[in-house]
Design a protein around this ligand. Structure first.
Ligand code: PEP
Ligand code: MN
Length: 337
């Protein structure tokens, strides 16, 4: 449940509620808005009688929260969360574009890609060093060497870096180089990994599992939040449907729905969502029109030579054109880019 305090409630009245909640063995989440304080009650403590709380001084009303996710919910935290990554703000007015190759392949490739996407207006560089591949015989990424190259690309361009971490024991290493830890679709319900990134100090890009519901995605975010990390960006990257023409089916509903259900920023990955280069630009525009806070797009200097996901990677010139076409769309929905 949430306890909504009166606009003029005093600190003492708030503290009194907090103490009472904690006496019942529950945890408190305070949301201090401009207008009023909202106290979220979480946990499996002894049953709490809402009527009792409604009678306490300073309380305006008590509202039950029936959803299983609490910290991730709009009810607990009405204002949008803005995740600040070295000055790049996700969830604010500006639509933030992350771009780069599927995988870091070598020094020249990642540096070329980094400069190209920066010149076109991307604000964050993507690139996998540890790749979750369907086949054990496919390129698995450069590993730690790839992380070092990403750090070098950041050094040269000033772009913060997002890269995937696949296992809890790798969180520390990846955090040494990455500005955002990506939890991939295949690991969305790897609870040990969610726990580990929840304890880290780095922002997390949490991608929707390819067969996951909205509620499962938000419960995965809840794991990260409940371990103390509030800097989470959600990513719709397409789900499995019966349609074989595209790699996945972008669930455009997910964008406005998530914006209603949660305060966390929401971005879209049209590259994995479609699997086809020709579809990436129109679907990117649709995502921005639907209210996405950002995009993550695969760009490769020479897609025909890419070691993974070449068919869905844009060439730098195509990416530049896409960025130009996104600006009026962003403007039409009250955003900048
Ligand atoms: C990726 O972004 O490189 C990736 C593997 O995406 P996903 O986890 O969405 O498949
Ligand atoms: Mn990829």
């Amino acid at each position: 449940m949430i306890v909504i305090m009166h606009r003029r409630a005093t600190d003492a009245q708030v503290n009194n509620i907090v103490a009472r909640v904690e006496q019942r063995g529950c945890r408190v989440h305070l949301s201090e808005g401009e207008e009023r304080v909202i106290i979220g009650v979480i946990g499996n403590g002894r049953p709490i009688d809402p009527v009792q709380f409604e009678r306490m001084s300073g309380v305006e009303r008590v509202v039950p929260v029936l959803r299983p996710f609490k910290l991730a919910s709009r009810e607990f935290h009405p204002q949008d969360t803005v995740v600040n990554v070295n000055g790049v703000k996700l969830g604010a007015k500006e639509v933030v574009v992350m771009a780069g190759p599927c995988a870091v392949e070598n020094r020249a490739q990642i540096l070329d890609a980094a400069h190209a996407v920066k010149d076109a207006g991307a604000k964050i560089l993507r690139g996998g060093a540890f790749k979750p591949r369907t086949s054990p015989y496919s390129f698995q990424g450069l590993g730690a060497a790839g992380l070092k190259l990403l750090a070098e690309a950041r050094e040269e361009t000033g772009l913060p870096v997002v890269t995937e971490v696949m296992a809890p024991e790798m969180v520390q290493l990846v955090s040494t180089y990455a500005d955002i830890l990506q939890v991939g679709a295949r690991n969305m319900q790897n609870y040990a990994l969610l726990h580990a990134v929840g304890e880290s100090q780095r922002p997390v890009l949490l991608k929707r599992g390819m067969m996951s519901t909205m509620e499962e995605l938000l419960m995965a975010a809840e794991y990260i939040l409940s371990h103390g990390n509030e800097r989470i960006v959600l990513c719709e990257r397409g789900i499995r449907t019966f349609e074989p023409y595209t790699r996945n089916t972008i669930d455009i509903n997910a964008v406005p729905l998530l914006k209603l259900l949660t305060h966390l920023p929401v971005i879209v990955d049209p590259s994995h969502g479609t699997g086809k280069r020709e579809l990436v630009s129109p679907v990117s525009r649709a995502a921005v029109a639907a209210g996405a806070d950002g995009l993550i797009i695969e760009v490769h200097p020479r897609p025909e030579e890419a070691m993974s996901d070449g068919a869905q990677s844009l060439k730098p010139a195509q990416f530049t054109k896409l960025m130009e076409s996104l600006r009026p769309v962003a403007q039409a929905v009250g955003r900048t880019l």
